[in-house]
Design a protein around this ligand. Structure first.
Ligand SMILES: NC(=O)c1ccc[n+]([C@@H]2O[C@H](COP(=O)([O-])OP(=O)(O)OC[C@H]3O[C@@H](n4cnc5c(N)ncnc54)[C@H](OP(=O)(O)O)[C@@H]3O)[C@@H](O)[C@H]2O)c1
Length: 281
């Protein structure tokens, strides 16, 4: 088991990259894949799966674009079958809290007979710095169709620590960990904390979901992504995930990272100050 590389599906993703970096730092060989790697792995093209899996026995699996999309359940079912046929013995699946499609995909893995872990997460803090919310923060105004619902955003570094523990340490087999941060905040509160720590005004504006989707359409965001964002903001973001989950403590015996700590380290990374550098250049 030690000699075969650990497969990571989602090489450059928010959690995949962190898991890869941690495993390599611990001395594990990894095979991190996505559409742009060799071998490549494309969720849309099952013909790419077997070659990526062959020779690996453990895997961290992140599905694209999201386990909430209608195709996800069938894709995970097919993937688990190919995985078993090609020698995988343990799969750690990244999942989302409160998503019916995601919970159906989890069940497929749990009932497959292969050794498993589910890492079921709240929204990531890193959506503010490594994803679709970054542009708004750089521009000084984040516009979203969400008002008062609070979310205990989870730090992707915590997710990666839990995933690495499940892949490398005994005692985690066949466990589901629900991960959140320690404090639930609404978007306005998140932006207030970011703005205050940055020392620069950033505004939060809430709009009706139809107006938001129209903005995405005008920006040329693909239709399947528009569907996903509508689903996330109207169905999943209704308060069902507002309670704090304890998976970080359960898996790692340490507290989850607070949003303030995430904000501080993101400021240190410089990603939110790129705009000032652009303006003064
Ligand atoms: N973001 C959240 O708040 C959140 C919360 C809970 C759960 N999740 C789950 O996390 C997973 C990852 O979501 P994320 O938004 O954070 O993305 P991400 O991990 O940041 O992943 C982005 C990467 O996915 C790769 N990719 C895109 N399409 C692909 C495809 N068809 N096949 C293989 N790789 C593909 C891209 O690399 P290439 O261009 O090289 O392919 C890209 O670098 C999803 O399953 C989602 O359900 C996310």
């Amino acid at each position: 088991m030690k000699n075969s590389p650990i497969l990571i599906i989602g090489k450059n993703g928010k959690t995949g990259a962190r898991v890869n970096q941690r495993l390599q730092a611990l001395g594990y060989a990894t095979r991190a894949v996505s559409r742009s790697t060799t071998p490549s792995f494309d969720w849309e093209n099952p013909a790419t799966w077997a070659a990526a899996i062959k020779g690996t026995r453990r895997a961290y699996v992140t599905y694209q674009p999201d386990l909430a999309v209608p195709n996800a359940e069938a894709a995970i079912k097919a993937f688990v079958q190919v995985a078993c046929e090609n020698g995988l013995e343990h799969i750690v699946l990244l999942s989302g809290r409160g998503e019916e499609g995601a919970q159906r995909a989890e069940k497929i893995l749990q009932e497959s007979g292969i050794s498993w872990n589910i890492v079921r997460c709240n929204w990531f803090c890193q959506n503010f710095s490594e994803s679709f919310m970054l542009e708004g923060i750089l521009a000084g105004e984040l516009v979203l169709p969400a008002a008062d619902t609070v979310e205990p955003f989870v730090d992707a570094d915590d997710i990666a620590d839990v995933v690495v523990a499940t892949l490398t340490q005994p005692g985690h087999q066949n466990k589901l960990y629900e991960l959140s941060g320690p404090r639930a905040l609404n978007f306005a509160q998140c932006i207030e904390e970011i703005s205050e720590a940055l020392g620069r005004p950033v505004k939060y504006t809430t709009v009706p979901v139809d107006d938001y989707i129209e903005i995405l359409r005008e920006q040329g965001v693909p239709e399947d992504l528009q569907w996903l964002l509508r689903e996330l903001f109207t169905v999943v973001f209704d308060g069902r995930n507002s309670n704090v989950a304890r998976g970080v403590e359960e898996a790692l015996k340490r507290p989850a990272t607070d949003f303030k700590t995430y904000v501080q380290k993101t400021i240190e990374s410089g990603v939110w100050t790129a705009v000032e550098q652009r303006q003064t250049a």
